[in-house]
Design a protein around this ligand. Structure first.
Ligand code: UDP
Length: 449
């Protein structure tokens, strides 16, 4: 069969983990592989269902997740992860069994491509004798950390012999930030992810070789499956929105009126929350910094509240046209706008990649998990950002000024531009990501010829 025909005859089943920072890269990856000729079925828990109408060429199948309806979605992340891994195993198995029964030789199921957080998918793949591909939507460093540190919370007693300074630093970051989760659930989760990766047929990373070289080398030493670094996925997939909240695009017309590189964009992603005092300190820090700002104040940013009501009544008056507040922004478009000059971020991996791909320096305020690792990459490894230590108006004002107008910030902007160019080259024909994507397509075609 000709290559192109064979790809058309190959269907990939994607299994999503239902949070914004995971749905986005998984749908981007599906779009990339679809553009390579593969057919796509997206299987997702009912909770936080993606909007299928934006992807008319994919087949979407919701499966039962048995999560309680009224839950506060991200109050207990590990609890949700654990419940999904238990509750979805049977529905996923049954769903794929049905697909296999109805299989047409012109549309064969090639493999299961799953978010590494949904580690049970590898057991389903093994049971059905299908290859499984694990996708790490976060940095490769975390995959390495999970494997070598069964108990990151006991980091002090763990030997870091033989590990480089950078990696031991990253491991410590992860250990520190994970302390708030219960040790037992975390231990189980890390072991389960590592176990599934040990059995998978390939690994895909949303990263570029040169930005995470050390971690990727370690991953390849630890796991026998080939690793493909084809990302940043969002640069390879056309901009199709997979937002769970409605994007408010009026901020783009506001941005279009601002001077080049003058706007500080502020967003803490889809999960992180702050308290009322931190919201007010942020508001006054932004009011006092004298820079134009675009601030995403999503519902629930202060848990249990519609945060806009918490802003001081005189706030909008005191900032006037200099400030634009939205509940959810078209973030990639915002960062690509000429007016964007800095990103105050929680350092989620997607936000980090989206920022460096546009050459935007960052003000980092990580909250938990890999965000601390990402902060370390941004501030100490790539040198394209600085850290905000505290939600305090004076510190916020000073940090924004350093990033946006001081020579220190100017240096970071230059490095960020350089980083953007290097990432761009890796995506071009002959670049490492370009080659890796072609290798991945070949690998998938070899699974069920
Ligand atoms: N995002 C967006 N609009 C917003 C805020 C965030 O579209 O107002 C997107 C952002 O572009 C990114 C994702 O939501 O793709 C957040 O993922 P990330 O890994 O940065 O953080 P998480 O939400 O998982 O903490």
């Amino acid at each position: 069969m000709e290559r192109q025909e064979q790809q058309k005859a190959s269907r990939l089943v994607f299994v999503l983990y239902p949070s914004q920072g995971h749905i986005n890269p998984m749908l981007q990856l599906a779009t990339i592989l679809h553009s390579k000729g593969f057919s796509i079925t997206i299987i997702h828990p009912k909770f936080n269902s993606p909007n299928s109408s934006n992807y008319p060429e994919f087949t979407f199948i919701p499966i039962s997740d048995n999560l309680p309806e009224s839950q506060d979605s991200f109050g207990d992340i590990l609890g949700i992860v654990s419940a999904l891994n238990k509750n979805c195993e049977r529905p996923l198995t049954e769903c794929i069994q049905q697909m296999l029964k109805a299989e047409d030789p012109q549309d064969r199921l090639s493999c299961i491509v799953y978010d590494s957080v949904m580690h049970f998918s590898q057991s389903v793949a093994d049971h059905l004798k299908l290859p499984g591909i694990s996708v790490r939507t976060g940095p490769a460093a975390t995959m390495f950390a999970f494997a070598v540190c069964p108990r990151l919370d006991e980091q002090e007693s763990m030997s870091l012999d033989g590990k480089s300074d950078l990696l031991s630093l990253l491991l410590k970051e992860l250990a520190f930030s994970m302390k708030k989760f219960t040790a037992h659930g975390l231990l189980e989760f890390r072991a389960a992810v590592t176990d599934s990766v040990q059995r998978c047929s390939a690994l895909i990373f949303n990263t570029v070789d040169f930005i995470e070289q050390e971690a990727l080398t370690k991953v390849q030493e630890l796991f026998s499956a080939s690793a493909f670094t084809i990302g940043p996925f969002h640069k390879l997939a056309p901009t199709i929105s997979s937002s769970l909240l409605k994007e408010d695009s009026h901020c783009i017309s506001w941005l279009n009126k601002q001077a080049p590189k003058s706007v500080i964009y502020v967003s803490f992603g889809s999960i992180a929350s702050i308290d009322e005092k931190e919201l007010l300190e942020t508001a006054w820090g932004l009011a006092n910094c004298e820079q134009p700002f675009l601030w995403v104040v999503r519902p629930g940013l202060v848990r249990g509240s519609n945060c806009l009501e918490l802003l001081p009544i005189n706030f909008q008056d005191s900032v006037g046209e200099r400030g634009c507040i939205v509940e959810w922004a078209p973030q990639k478009e915002v960062l690509a706008n000429d007016a964007a000059g800095g990103f105050w971020s929680h350092c989620g991996w997607n936000s980090t990649l989206e920022s460096i791909c546009e050459g935007i320096p960052m003000l980092c305020r990580p909250f938990f998990g890999d965000q601390n690792v990402n902060r370390r990459y941004v501030c100490d490894v790539w040198n394209v950002g600085l850290e905000l230590e505290e939600f305090e108006r004076g510190k916020i004002e000073k940090a924004i000024k350093t990033l946006m107008v001081d020579t220190e910030g100017e240096e970071m902007r230059k490095k960020a531009t350089h980083l953007k160019e290097k990432v761009g080259l890796s995506l071009k024909e002959g670049g490492s990501c370009y080659n890796s994507l072609n290798d991945l397509a070949e690998k998938i075609l070899s699974f069920r010829p």
